[in-house]
Write a new protein. Structure first.
Length: 132
């Protein structure tokens, strides 16, 4: 599962990959504790995501289902002209096991800045590589 954490203060986004799914059963708009993914002291709000096939999560569609709905605008569809409606496939607002990406916006900050917490993980992974 790919978790994209956005920091509104610095206007930067950080991508965190996890092996097992986290935040199962949570919905768009729920506040979650980010210590599960290694960000101690941080809390955030789930703002959206997409499933394994790239279909976006729609906040107004309840559940974990994938459904074709008639849309005039909003998440998953931007019409070319005013008044155009189209039937598009979107995902429900609840996180299930087949959700591939989850977007989270930070609301409460921890002691250490996000850059420091996330650069340590990248530096550890690159120590074994040779420079040419």
């Amino acid at each position: 599962m790919n978790i994209v954490v956005s920091d509104p203060k610095t206007r930067k986004a950080y991508s965190i990959n996890t092996e097992k799914p986290v935040f199962l059963g949570k919905r768009i708009g729920d506040e979650v504790d980010l210590s599960i993914i290694g960000l101690a002291g941080y809390k955030g709000v789930i703002t959206g995501g997409s499933d394994k096939d790239g279909f976006p999560m729609k906040p107004t569609l309840p559940g974990t289902i994938r459904k074709k709905i008639l849309m005039s605008s909003g998440v998953g569809y931007r019409p070319k002209e005013k008044g155009i409606k189209k039937r598009k496939r979107v995902r429900g607002n609840t996180i299930a096991e087949d959700i591939h990406q989850v977007n989270i916006k930070v609301t409460h900050y921890g002691e250490k800045p996000l850059e420091e917490l996330l650069k340590k993980e990248k530096a550890e992974g690159k120590e074994g590589e040779k420079k040419e």
